[in-house]
Design a protein around this ligand. Structure first.
Ligand SMILES: Nc1nc2c(ncn2[C@@H]2O[C@H](COP(=O)(O)OP(=O)(O)OP(=O)(O)O)[C@@H](O)[C@H]2O)c(=O)[nH]1
Ligand SMILES: [Mg+2]
Length: 444
């Protein structure tokens, strides 16, 4: 899957990367090519439009045009947006209740989409996690359906609940659940029948089964090969029954990938697993970031993205130095720095970023607790106070202390420290030797 789209994407990215400078026209062209690649991959038109507009807007901003390596920065934008397209905020893992109760999972989808196979795969993966799953054969339409599930159940060594001669799938599901509860099976997976097309009878049957077992997870099994059509069908299931997650089967097939790229965005439900083959072990969690790297056709997008991040940090450092030079560094800037530090996870990196600070300040000098407290104090200040610390008289100090849950002495200490910091900066930036070093370092 994704071979064709990935080829196109890597060629687009290759064209842009390595260029020291790129123009707006270059970006427009690249965005147009991305649009064509997505449409060729059978991605839903609305999804394509949204993706393209967002990318264009972000890429035409200063961030890319002024970046040290614009190609890399562009790749980062596309990669981040792709991850976003594929991932949902909702829980990506299965919602499982404690082992003392029975979690119910309802499997649904069109005929041949992979429900029965996926049910057994899921049972196996749950068993490996130490669960006690049971399968229920509620597909009573296709004559061989029960036997198929029994054969697969035997393969993965999970019991299959059936009722001989019963024609009512709702009854089988209901009794299956009662049996599971009584016999301490902690996950119940109900396989249902599919039809060639959506029809009232199928929807009605699924609705009734759903009511009978009130599933904790309602899984829509979508065949990745059905392309965009899967999106329409998923919407219908979502409206009539409700979906909690999607499993994309036949991800190993040679398809263009449109369904995978559209489903999350259109239906708004997470893709939880992908089926990657016919064997029982072939069920994998869905990792949006890995898929996005695969689509961009780059083995190592992650390190590239990290490099781009370093560029952003470098730009921040330049901005910071400008502020130091002009003596406009204020408490808000200091707060931004504290936050940056959180992101980087260490103080050392930040110190490295400020030329001249290395060797003079050590990370050990600054205890983390204090940084947290300082952040809280600045957050309790008004924007005016943050931009001009001289405004902060005794009354304001009292208010800030109360707002941030610290003592007035601690507020005083921060302001004193900040004042000292500003003085040092001013002295440093006036120092000829330091200026020269800065110029060399930044290549001015
Ligand atoms: N390559 C590959 N084949 C799969 C995958 N999942 C299912 N299949 C195959 O797809 C075919 C249909 O799978 P089933 O599990 O029977 O589909 P179903 O939805 O239960 O079908 P009905 O019960 O007839 O509606 C079988 O031949 C499976 O082996 C997958 O992830 N990869
Ligand atoms: Mg089946």
């Amino acid at each position: 899957m994704f071979e064709s789209i990935s080829e196109k994407f890597s060629s687009i990215m290759r064209d842009l990367s390595g260029k020291g400078k790129i123009s707006e026209k270059n970006i427009e062209d690249a965005v147009d090519q991305i649009k064509i690649a997505l449409l060729d991959a059978d991605v839903n038109l609305r999804v394509v439009r949204r993706f393209i507009n967002g990318t264009r807007e972000e890429a035409l901003g200063e961030k890319v045009l002024k970046a040290v390596d614009p190609g890399q920065m562009f790749t980062k934008i596309v990669y981040d947006r792709m991850v976003n397209l594929l991932s949902a905020e909702e829980h990506q893992e299965l919602e499982l209740k404690g082992p003392d109760t029975t979690t119910t999972i309802l499997m649904m989808g069109l005929q041949g989409s992979g429900k029965t196979t996926t049910s057994a795969k899921l049972a196996l993966s749950l068993k490996k996690k130490g669960r006690r799953p049971m399968l229920v054969a509620s597909d009573l339409v296709r004559p061989a359906a029960i036997t198929q599930l029994q054969v697969l159940g035997e393969q993965v060594d999970v019991p299959v609940f059936t009722i001989d001669g019963c024609k009512d799938p709702v009854k089988v599901a209901k009794e299956g659940l009662a049996y599971a509860k009584k016999n301490q099976y902690d996950v119940l997976i109900v396989d249902t029948s599919g039809r060639m097309h959506l029809d009232e009878v199928l929807m009605n049957e699924i609705q009734r089964i759903s009511k009978a077992i009130t599933p904790d997870e309602t899984i829509f099994v979508a065949d990745a090969m059905t392309g965009q059509n899967a999106v329409t069908i998923a919407k219908e299931f979502e409206e009539k029954v409700g979906i909690s997650g999607v499993i994309l089967s036949k991800f190993d097939s040679d398809t263009r990938g449109g369904a995978a790229l559209s489903l999350r965005s259109v239906v708004g439900k997470p893709i939880k697993f992908i089926g990657s083959g016919e064997k029982m072990e072939d069920l994998d969690p869905f990792y949006p970031d890995r898929i996005a790297s695969r689509i961009l056709g780059m083995g190592d997008v992650v390190s590239l993205v990290e490099k781009a991040q370093e560029t952003i940090d470098q730009e921040e450092a330049i901005k910071l130095q400008e502020k130091m030079k002009k003596n406009t560094f204020d408490l808000q800037d200091y707060l931004d720095q504290l936050r940056q530090m959180d992101k980087m996870g260490s103080m050392d990196k930040l110190i490295e970023m400020i030329p001249g600070a290395a060797g003079q300040v050590s990370a050990d000098d600054i205890p983390l607790d204090e940084l947290k407290r300082e952040k809280a104090i600045i957050l309790s200040m008004t924007p005016q106070e943050r931009s001009n610390y001289r405004l902060i008289g005794p009354t304001r100090r009292k208010r800030i202390a109360k707002g941030s849950g610290v003592s007035v002495a601690q507020v005083n200490r921060l302001i004193k420290k900040f004042e000292k910091m500003k003085n040092t900066m001013r002295k440093l930036t006036k120092n000829k030797k330091y200026q020269k070093m800065l110029q060399n370092q930044m290549g001015f």
